[in-house]
Write a protein that binds this ligand. Structure first.
Ligand code: ADP
Length: 269
């Protein structure tokens, strides 16, 4: 069977990207893109000499342009490839959304076209002098896109997956499938993040649990499956508003940002 020449292309193109982090979720709407957005911003802010790139490959619902306040941006082609959009000096973003004519465009692409698109996104984006972190936001579940991604990224050094979930059993059930997928395709699991488990009341600053944790939540599942639990990120209405408006949610102190900072420390260990 002939080997896809794109595999070598991606390998050499990403050789100056240190950590390649896939952000996965079993279901949509659990906060995968929100987490990716916050993680990227916190990582970039933690050290200005750390270059961070975000690659939004959520083909069916690219939300990074809205969350990062880049709704009217488009992909620019330069001699050295596709130029990402810079949000900060050390934070750049490339999204499938930048290719759509309007944010309301439905993307209905068949497998081979998605595969080509993913290969191009992995091998043609000009990340400049290289990146410390490339965060790849993927569609929910395990679909054609994930198989394409894995085909191109497999065997590269320093690659790992973070799985985002809510504490409900229906979401956790799908996380088990994501973990199983990573194990089958040999992608190391950096850990699981539990999102929206608690709400910290801004008045009394006490946390309340939102969802029932019949099965013990994500932490217990992680212990059962022997994968690291990275932490729990509470719901913060301010974060929802910032994400809707595309403004930075990390400049105002909140329990949500504190949680992400702790997760960053764990990831950097
Ligand atoms: P996914 O990428 O998993 O489909 P999103 O990141 O788009 O999910 O999140 C779905 C919605 O929930 C968004 O409106 C987002 O602003 C909101 N949201 C996610 N996580 C949080 C959080 N920790 N606090 C407040 N709002 C959140």
């Amino acid at each position: 069977k002939s080997v896809d020449p794109g595999i070598e292309l991606v390998k050499s193109h990403l050789s100056n990207v240190k950590h390649k982090v896939l952000v996965l979720s079993g279901k949509g709407g659990v906060g995968k893109s929100t987490f990716t957005n916050l993680l990227a911003r916190v990582l970039a802010k933690s050290n200005e000499s750390v270059d961070v790139g975000v690659l939004d490959l959520d083909i069916c619902g690219p939300s990074m342009p809205r969350m990062m306040g880049l709704l009217n941006e488009q992909v620019h082609q330069s001699a050295s490839g596709w130029s990402p959009v810079f949000l900060e000096e050390n934070l750049s973003v490339m999204s499938i959304g930048f290719l759509l004519n309007s944010p309301d465009d439905a993307v209905i692409w068949r497998g081979p076209k998605k595969n080509t698109m993913i290969r191009q996104f992995l091998s043609e984006v000009d990340w400049g002098n290289g990146l410390e972190y490339l965060l790849i936001d993927t569609p929910p579940g395990t679909s054609d896109e994930h198989l394409s991604l894995v085909q191109y990224l497999k065997g590269l050094p320093d690659i790992g997956a973070i799985v985002v979930t809510t504490p409900q059993e229906v979401s956790l059930l799908d996380v088990r499938k994501e973990i199983d997928f990573c194990r089958k395709v040999n992608i190391p699991i950096i850990g699981v993040v539990e999102n929206m488990a608690t709400f910290v009341c801004p008045k009394c600053t006490k946390p309340s649990e939102i969802f029932p944790k019949d099965s013990g939540g994500a932490e217990k599942m992680c212990a059962e499956l022997s994968v690291p639990f990275l932490g729990s990120v509470p719901i913060d209405p301010l974060v929802t508003r910032h994400c809707d408006e595309g403004t930075s949610a990390i400049d105002t102190p909140s329990a949500c940002v504190d949680a992400i900072q702790q997760i960053v420390q764990k990831i950097q260990q």
